[in-house]
Ligand binder design. Sequence first.
Ligand SMILES: NC(=O)c1ccc[n+]([C@@H]2O[C@H](COP(=O)([O-])OP(=O)(O)OC[C@H]3O[C@@H](n4cnc5c(N)ncnc54)[C@H](O)[C@@H]3O)[C@@H](O)[C@H]2O)c1
Length: 255
Amino acid sequence: MTHPGRLEGKVAIITGAGLGLGEGIARKFIAEGASVLLFEIDQENGQRVTDSLPKEKACLYIGDVTNQDLWHRALDACLDAFGGCDIVVNNAGVVHRAGPSVEVPKAEYDRIMNINVSPLYYSAAALQPHFAKQKHGVFVNISSISALRPRPSLVWYAGSKGAVSAITKGLAAEFAKDGIRCNAICPVIAETGMVASVLGGTDTQEGRATVMKGIPLGRFATSEDIGNAACFLASEEASFITGIELAVDGGRSLN
Ligand SMILES: NC(=O)c1ccc[n+]([C@@H]2O[C@H](COP(=O)([O-])OP(=O)(O)OC[C@H]3O[C@@H](n4cnc5c(N)ncnc54)[C@H](O)[C@@H]3O)[C@@H](O)[C@H]2O)c1
């Protein structure tokens, strides 16, 4: 007997879905029955992922999530392609190279805050009216373990993710009356292109081993781990869960 997917009939906008964790989330959502609009700035990777997914389930929207107008256009594109929108995953994000905080250039600080935080404002502004009208909707925002457990050297990144977590909780409280849920996921270091920056600029075995020591389950996160967590939070199985920070961290926050 086949079971319906956890996201059967749902439609999601997933930002940064052309690579890394966003790609994993898009693949999991589609495997669980959702249709997905991939909101991605990188044409090549966005196309690569979209082409590898069932045509009727995946639609690519090329654009920068820090452009407010594009959020309204992305919603329109999603409605045109799939006739609805039920879920937004704010995944696109960037990190600065780990190092002394006062040596991080101001332009880099601005870039981190702009890309990691402002899309939460834009997505709320564009999607809340739509979700409130239909009396349901889900925001899943990708924060970081560094929001729960800030450490030296990635302080501005941690600050941006602290904002992601706090905004998620505040919006959860504010939007609940309209049946809208908002949750954050806090991944530990994951196997993506971000590893080198998190390790200070170079991806080395030594650097990996040092980080690994702090993860009780003994490995980095994968895009499947984050896809599974995002799927759960977006699904009806999590219908009574809002305003949480779900650590997907192999126990990192215990150390
Ligand atoms: N990789 C980790 O170790 C880790 C740990 C904790 C949290 N996170 C968070 O997970 C999320 C995904 O990270 P990742 O490791 O998959 O990164 P990644 O660099 O592998 O992929 C990020 C994707 O987002 C896209 N993107 C970047 N800026 C964009 C913009 N302005 N508009 C649209 N798309 C944009 C990129 O083109 C890319 O496809 C980020 O929010 C990151 O902070 C990552």
